[in-house]
Design a protein around this ligand. Sequence first.
Ligand SMILES: [Zn+2]
Ligand SMILES: [Zn+2]
Length: 336
Amino acid sequence: MNKLDVRKMVVVDLYAGSYNKERIGHELYNLDRNPVDGYFYGYCPPHDGINISVFGANRTDEFVDDILVVYVTKKKDSNNREIIAFCLNARVFRKGQFDDKLCRNVKDKDGEESVATYSIKSNNLEYLKNKYNKFEININEYNNRMFRSQRFYGGKYPELDKKIIAYIESVIENREFLDNDNSDEQEEIQRSEPATQTEIQYSPEKPLNIVDSNQGKIIAKNNRISKSALIEAKYTCVINQSHKTFITTNGTPYMEGHHLIPCTVSNSELFMDKYHKNIDCVENIVCLCPNCHREVHCGEWNSKSQKIRKMFTKQKEKLVKAGLLIDEEELLNLYK
Ligand SMILES: [Zn+2]
Ligand SMILES: [Zn+2]
């Protein structure tokens, strides 16, 4: 991924207008994937247009590309703002765009229906509302009227820029872990043969296999090892063995493999440096039903952390056996 450039950043304040209380307003669509063509379309209140000259656009340019758009919204109990989403490389238009083929109908204040314009178009959007660690902008630290025009551009508050960029980079790094045992990989695990005894035995000793992917560097994992972990667990969910799924074409219950110490590049390097062990090993893989698995990745913190504690309690002896020394608090930190 290219390094994030603050000179191409705009921070947009959403839902500040009173008209949103009545569930009208163009920006209500900003965080939703458009059902017609799958893009995210953003309206930038109050006038739809963003000053694209700030990003180096010529006077005749209708739009600029590769803009980092950060969406914030007012917190419930104060005037501080919270980052709720971002688009990494959006196209930002000089003027509001109008496309009545897209599903963007809004009612105006008189109840008249019209099509909402947009000035931001992006094929990706990272939604952060349910994230455990939110980023709060304490407006009194900068300028308590900083969102008066409902947006500001990178460069205006250099200290804040740095913090926002660091936060977004940490989210992206964390996303690598979220995507890392996705459904494609789970399907491959179903198809895989189990690992041989020798493979299982030596997997903690194996050197790391770091490869390039379209999301940056990732660890190439051995799906056979995950398959063996499922077999060892007799295809029962580590959270509760009564969790039912369905029978796969192999005739076995569908279960998923999850690396308890998440198999990110940074975690893998950490354990390699510290203990000379590879975390892609049977001892670090738990068997989860798909419901529990998604919760461990996407759930809200209270219930999710309970599940992580439960997995740790059941798995810690095995982790020690593989030479992966970690305590419960350290493990929880890897999920934050
Ligand atoms: Zn997982
Ligand atoms: Zn389960």
